[in-house]
Design a protein around this ligand. Structure first.
Ligand code: GLN
Length: 220
């Protein structure tokens, strides 16, 4: 596994697997944790600000962005997460997670806030209600091999992409469902519930690259 090799070669001081936080306020936290553990990560569920300490990357799962927003404020996570993202923490946001990192939201509920960081506009529930959920295959820039099988569940659509981001996945009809900008990857679909791990692998490559760019932590 390229990622682990890179990590192992960098961490001469003896450090090991990347420490990946999964925002665990609401949504399909367990499924993301399972994929990340399978890929060899040290996974921590993030429920309190102190849990953010020392993480190399953050996954924001699917669920309901308006609820995630409220809980993140109640648990005092909103500001530290926003700051960590602004400082360059690698983030993978899926579905509601994409909404949480978008700089602009259409069809937000009254007073809905988010973390931001990714120069895109997303429209919530753009594909209809829960009953309109569907699975499809699509290709994603940077992901090798056959098309990915993924699920769309009350998914958002990316309706505008600013100069700080680029499209990495679209549906056959041209609707944008995957974007990347800075250290953030956002997808409108759920890769974690169809046995797909290549989006997470792409994210871990980003985490590894960022770790290489930063001075290695010195063990006390
Ligand atoms: N519609 C949800 C929202 O607005 C997202 C759905 C999902 O994450 N599957 O947050």
């Amino acid at each position: 596994m390229t990622f682990l090799l890179l990590t192992v070669s960098r961490n001469v001081a003896g450090s090991k697997a990347p420490r990946i936080g999964v925002l665990a306020l609401q949504g399909d936290v367990r499924e993301h944790c399972a994929v990340l553990r399978e890929l060899g990560c040290d996974v921590i569920e993030i429920r309190l600000p102190s849990h953010l300490e020392g993480i190399d990357g953050l996954v924001i799962p699917g669920g309901e962005s308006s609820v995630m927003d409220k809980l993140s404020r109640i648990f005092r996570l909103a500001t530290p997460v926003r700051e960590a993202i602004a400082e360059g923490l690698p983030v993978l946001g899926t579905c509601a997670g994409l909404i949480m990192v978008a700089d602009r939201i259409e069809d937000a509920i009254a007073g809905q806030e988010n973390f931001g960081g990714l120069d895109v506009t997303v429209r919530r529930n753009a594909f209809g209600a829960q009953v309109d959920s569907f699975e499809t295959s699509l290709t994603v820039e940077g992901v090798a091999g056959p098309a990915l099988d993924v699920a769309f569940i009350r998914a958002p659509e990316v309706t505008a992409v600013g100069p700080g981001a680029r499209v990495i996945a679209s549906l056959a009809d041209g609707r944008v469902v995957g974007v990347r900008g800075g250290n953030i990857i956002g997808v409108a679909f759920h890769p974690e519930i169809t046995g797909e791990d290549r989006i997470h692998r792409m994210f871990l490559e980003l985490v590894a690259q960022r770790s290489l760019q930063r001075p290695a932590a010195v063990d006390a």
